[in-house]
Design a binder for this molecule. Sequence first.
Ligand code: SME
Length: 162
Amino acid sequence: MSTVSDTLKIEEVRKELAQLGTTAGGADQLMDGITRILHGKMLKYNWVGFYMLESGTVPPVLVLGHFQGAMTPHTRIPLNQGICGAAASSGKTVVVDDVKNDPRYLACSLETKSEIVVPVFVRGRVTGELDIDSHFPAAFGFEDRELVEFCARLVGKRLEQK
Ligand code: SME
């Protein structure tokens, strides 16, 4: 259940992200800035990172890009593995309230309790995703999902300008 202060915080962070979307010099700067803002401002977002599809790899693999939080053992994830693989291969946001009950989950930290992964689209095709882990169960409600999807759209739009 989100509180009024959660909603206000999300609105404030969304404004900051929208501002970054207009000032970031390129997609890399934008992705780096998004991970810093989300990790720094959203208290339950304990690991925030992008995985991008490696171009030309057959079968395709997700490769760790900009991130904030502890180093993960999962720097390359095939599309048939993990919650990350599920989001990229389906092109749909995946929210997992309790990772220990999801057989797809690839453990990154023993402290992680919940996770959200949102695909990034460029001209209608998945090119990567934004992955967030939380030390709190069911940390990602409707407003969080909207916020993370907003970030993924910002990146997709910027990549389309290349
Ligand atoms: N938990 C992810 C792996 C990436 S780490 O969370 C950073 C998954 O199940 O795909």
